[in-house]
Design a protein around this ligand. Structure first.
Ligand code: AHR
Length: 653
């Protein structure tokens, strides 16, 4: 959402500032492209935290659709529990559990009602597809009444289905919502006196991102597409590790028939007692096939991260003995086969059967998340050796622990330099000052060896990520914009970077701040999102030199700058941050090269209130504002507002 402002208005405001300081001269060298910026430079980090997958991006509206939660009826309501029996099947190869709904002798209403993930979001005029896996008990046709209920629990869509016969079968019904509901429900009632068994009850919007069945919620996926991400890292995060090893993320259990995927508790269900989320499970409907497909749909490189034989060291720290690492090695090798193998291979065949005969062209693979110590290195080595033996072309991503400094971090970096890793994943959740002060972090990193994947970062204006006042405010976003000038300038060291976490449901978050917030109907992008977008949609392919009095701009006089060129598009992008409370006057000397247009495009992100942030109700508190400004000769004069981030776009000959 870029707001267009008349440049005269913008600059009238800027010039009116009483805080204008002496002019800073900046030299931007147009004709001396430096190091390459990888197409993967700006990407996204996806983890099922804050209801990001189930209840979020994954468009399924029914919570506990296969009655597989520890409490089989969690998410479901009935008129009377006497009408319900939970039956666990023992037959091999079938789902273990189903629910039997019987008409009560009393003749009272008999139904199953699902209220979704903190309510179901239903949009007036939109169609929703119900899929039921069921059978009639004792034969005979049974009539079912199906309703979508609105916020007031009145019917907003209605239909009928008949279930006939004792064999399990599927029925489908499309319902059109007659009204919008934020806290809607699905209700299925027995019309007659019979008994029906249900194994699986699923309700999806007919419209999903790219019209994929088992697809993604449109508004959320479109916001990802608008970032034009270079890569998608999945499935996390700590979720890869698990509290204990049996609850780690196991990709093989997330592919194949969605209905057969084993549901497990989400680690963020119980992680923070202040944000206790007992109904948070992983259906794995958004599994590895869907992640690969999403990455492809977004035009991004897939970057899966696998467990390395260690559970989260903040939890149990459970370890797989080194001589029992085979399943973890196989997980890595088989995943590469699943992504890239042809359909004559076991795992390539499964991918083809799931609807994607072409390979996904996997190039990157992460081993472990935030592990530390020699125990990590030993396990990393076992997996890395086998992967590189069979697939030397795969770029391996190693962890560097949960912090971007300190003994653990130093130790891993020192050791990894002697190994076959290609990228090192660094994580930093720090305060805004850290981000401002670390714009030079990578200027002195060793060149020519391991690359950095800044895999998780976010500026936190509150110490605790669970603090409800920890918002995506302008101060946090501005400090990230300043820091990112250093990532871009050092693109020969940093080849991938992603903000984290990506999504949060306003009623079900565990961690904040987050890039995109949503409820059941709507979503809102944050100032941090716009900062990411201004970089990712104006990436360029080479860094250009930008200096003031011969020095890079990385905080002196409160200014930060980086520049890039897109050679094919003949575009130059200059990013400038003014972190001062005073406006800044800058004179940009455009050296070398020739401009095709004497007009520079400006995109400005700014708010006078550093604590300001966007909400679902007020979405445009901080949004980019675009304008143009004339270039005079080879000079571009700009007045930078206090605490602002500006992107300048030039077209060269
Ligand atoms: O992004 C939230 C969490 O922060 C991730 O799961 C973990 O890797 C990090 O500690």
């Amino acid at each position: 959402m870029f707001r267009k402002l008349k440049s005269s208005l913008l600059f009238a405001g800027l010039l009116a500032s009483t805080f204008l300081q002496a002019q800073t001269n900046i030299d931007l060298q147009l004709n001396k492209p430096g190091v390459a910026i990888q197409p993967t430079m700006w990407g996204i980090f996806f983890e099922d935290i804050n209801f990001a997958a189930d209840g979020g991006l994954y468009a399924e509206l029914v919570k506990n659709r296969s009655f597989s939660f520890d409490d089989p009826m969690m998410g479901w309501k009935t008129f009377s529990k006497d009408s319900i029996r939970i039956i666990n099947e023992v037959a091999a190869g079938t789902q273990k559990r189903f629910v039997r709904l019987s008409a009560l002798k009393s003749g009272t209403e008999n139904f199953l009602q699902n209220d979704g993930f903190r309510g179901m979001g239903l949009h007036e005029g939109e169609e929703y597809r119900l899929i039921l896996h069921m059978r009639a008990v004792n034969g005979g046709a049974q009539k079912l009444k199906v309703e979508l209920l609105g916020d007031d629990k009145m019917t907003i869509a209605e239909g009928e289905l008949t279930v006939d016969g004792e064999d399990w079968g599927y029925a489908e019904l499309v319902l059109k919502a007659g009204a919008t509901a934020d806290k809607g429900s699905l209700k299925i009632s027995l019309e007659g006196n019979g008994t029906v068994d249900f194994k699986y009850i699923s309700l999806f919007p007919v419209k999903t991102f790219k019209d994929r069945p088992n697809g993604m919620r449109l508004d959320l996926a479109e916001k990802l597409a608008d970032l034009k991400p270079g890569f998608v890292r999945f499935p996390g995060g700590c979720i890869v590790e698990g509290h204990q090893l049996d609850l780690r993320y196991q990709w093989k259990k997330t592919v194949g028939d969605v209905e057969e995927r084993e549901v497990i508790i989400n680690r963020w269900n119980t992680e923070f007692m202040h944000r206790y989320t007992p109904d948070y499970y992983q259906s794995f409907g958004l599994g590895f096939f869907e992640y690969f497909q999403l990455a492809e749909d977004l035009g991004a490189e897939p970057l899966p991260i696998l467990n390395c034989g260690m559970a989260c060291q903040y939890n149990t720290g459970e370890l797989v003995p080194l001589d029992e690492m085979e399943p973890y090695v196989s997980d890595a090798l088989d995943l590469i086969e699943f992504a890239n193998g042809d359909s004559a291979t076991k795992w390539g065949k499964l991918r083809a059967e799931m609807g994607h005969p072409e390979p996904f062209n996997l190039k990157y693979l992460g081993i472990g998340n935030e592990q530390w110590g020699d125990q990590y290195l030993e396990r990393y080595d076992v997996i890395a050796e086998k992967v590189h033996e069979k697939y030397p072309e795969i770029q391996l991503v190693s962890g560097s622990g949960p912090s971007s400094d300190g003994d653990r971090f130093e130790h891993l970096w020192k050791e990894l330099k002697t190994r076959s890793a290609n990228l090192v994943d660094e994580h930093y959740y720090k305060d805004p000052n850290w981000f401002f002060n670390n714009a030079k972090r990578y200027d002195n990193y060793e060149r020519g060896g391991l690359k950095v994947f800044a895999g998780e970062y976010a500026s936190h204006t509150r110490v605790e990520s669970k603090d409800p006042t920890s918002n995506n405010n302008w101060l946090a976003a501005l400090s990230e914009a300043a820091f990112m000038t250093g990532l871009e300038r050092n693109a020969d060291v940093v080849s991938m970077a992603s903000y984290a976490p990506l999504f949060a449901h306003v009623d079900a978050w565990q961690w904040r701040p987050d890039l995109i917030w949503f409820d059941n109907l709507n979503s809102v992008t944050t100032p941090n999102y716009y900062v990411q977008q201004m970089y990712s949609t104006h990436r360029g392919d080479h860094v250009l030199p930008v200096v003031s009095e011969g020095d890079i701009l990385a905080g002196q006089d409160s200014l930060y700058a980086s520049a890039s060129v897109d050679k094919a598009a003949k575009k130059v992008y200059l990013k400038l941050v003014n972190s001062s409370v005073a406006a800044k006057s800058v004179k940009i000397n455009l050296k070398g090269g020739k401009l095709a247009s004497k007009e520079a495009g400006l995109t400005e992100l700014y708010d006078s209130d550093l604590m300001a942030y966007n909400t679902l109700a007020k979405q445009d508190v901080i949004v980019p504002q675009t304008s143009t400004v004339a270039v005079k000769g080879n000079l571009l004069s700009l007045e930078l507002k206090p605490k602002s981030f500006i992107l300048v776009e030039l077209t060269t000959k």
